[in-house]
Design a protein around this ligand. Structure first.
Ligand SMILES: NC(=O)c1ccc[n+]([C@@H]2O[C@H](COP(=O)([O-])OP(=O)(O)OC[C@H]3O[C@@H](n4cnc5c(N)ncnc54)[C@H](O)[C@@H]3O)[C@@H](O)[C@H]2O)c1
Length: 227
């Protein structure tokens, strides 16, 4: 049986991904900063947390870097702390996770796959979120750089760029009927995404069927970035 560690597992996309992977026969180790039943405590921005959690979870065949946060602050009002906070969670957190599992996979001559959860904002920016846009763009770059470097070791690093997905992170936007209607018009599929749309893509990218897919940032956005 294959084993996978999923971060951001207490909510939204991460929680749905755990459920789907378990249903497909994966042994799933769930981790999050927020306490929840059956979820290991992990702050992805902390190097020592990664060392502890990966050591406890080992052996692993996969890692899903799903933890993330969003906030809206105009650029001219944004503090250095708030800018750095999102980069620490998204960019540093994904890097630390990849480094921790890759060290062990290379040491044990074992193959593995990582899926980073980026965002469509990595290619299509939105106002009021430069820290989110720049950190998710860095996650896309991290995906390509790590894939190019680790592929000779049989390690695949891919990312998914979700569009607007119905989770607690987007509850404020989707709770506003006007914003929701605008979004549904904006997306060619004429609906917002569900966590299951992302979980299905994660499952495929982790699978052997995606064995020759490496370094991609796959939009799962109902066609948003095609327009
Ligand atoms: N929902 C969307 O529309 C959307 C779109 C594009 C990308 N994403 C990305 O998808 C991922 C999941 O988002 P979601 O919509 O499920 O949000 P969510 O708020 O439902 O879940 C995010 C989870 O990440 C956890 N988390 C936050 N900081 C953490 C940290 N430092 N260490 C460990 N865990 C931490 C939270 O506790 C939470 O359980 C995020 O990376 C988000 O940026 C979401």
């Amino acid at each position: 049986m294959a084993r996978v560690l999923v971060t951001g597992a207490a909510s939204g996309i991460g929680a749905e991904t755990c459920e789907r992977l378990r249903a497909e026969g994966w042994e799933v180790i769930a981790a999050d900063r927020t306490e929840a039943a059956g979820v290991m405590t992990l702050d992805v921005a902390e190097e020592q947390d990664w060392q502890r959690v990966v050591a406890d979870a080992w052996p692993l065949d996969g890692l899903v870097n799903g933890a993330g946060v969003r906030s809206r602050v105009p650029l001219i009002e944004m503090s250095v702390e708030e800018f750095d906070r999102l980069h620490a969670i998204h960019t540093r957190g994904s890097f630390l996770g990849i480094r921790e599992v890759a060290r062990r996979w290379i040491d044990e001559q074992r193959s593995g796959a990582v899926i980073n959860i980026a965002s469509v904002v990595a290619t299509h920016a939105v106002p009021g979120q430069v820290h989110y846009v720049s950190s998710k763009t860095a996650v896309a770059g991290l995906t390509r750089g790590a894939a190019a470097e680790l592929a000779p070791h049989g390690i695949r690093i891919n990312a998914i760029a979700p569009g607007v997905i119905r989770t607690p992170m987007t509850a404020d936007r989707l709770g506003d009927p006007e914003q929701r209607a605008w979004l549904e018009r904006r997306v060619p599929a004429q609906r917002v995404g569900e966590p299951g749309d992302i979980a299905a893509a994660v499952q495929w990218l982790l699978s052997e069927g995606a064995g020759y897919v490496n370094g991609v940032v796959l939009p799962v956005d109902g066609g948003w970035t095609a327009t």
